[in-house]
Ligand binder design. Sequence first.
Ligand code: IDP
Ligand code: MG
Length: 144
Amino acid sequence: MTTQQERTLVLVKPDGVRRSLVGEVIARIERKGYVVSSLKMIQPDRATLAQHYAEHEGKPFYEPLLEFMLSGPVVAIIAEGNRVIEGFRKLAGTTDPTTAEPGTIRGDLARDQGTKVVQNIVHGSDSVESANREISIWFPEVAM
Ligand code: IDP
Ligand code: MG
């Protein structure tokens, strides 16, 4: 690789890890042609999650979201490729798994659980700025 490709931060959330969907998520990233360049399983602490979800502080689902994300390990992934930020968001599907398109991770693998927070298997950065910020939170050891 001669040029620095775009990077995104993907999390397999605790529901995805509990349901043994880590391999499924990675396979979809790789089959699309993106490259997994960093990978780790972590039990996140509250401070890390508060940083990661800072934009949602104060929203009704914020506390349930943090509780859910604290409920088990997550797998953090850096995926690389041209337009990977947009591309992974398309692979993931829309936030609500009930209406996420079949063929997407959320559309194929998740459904409404009747909980206060939507459990939807994955997180993916939504912009270059978010990706840089989130990669530095989850992978402080990886150089930007
Ligand atoms: P995204 O993950 O599709 O980017 P965001 O709006 O950034 O969606 O929300 C972060 C996460 O918070 C979602 O993935 C979902 O788990 C949860 N969430 C978002 N909106 C709601 C809601 O209206 N009710 C319950 N949970 C929500
Ligand atoms: Mg988001």
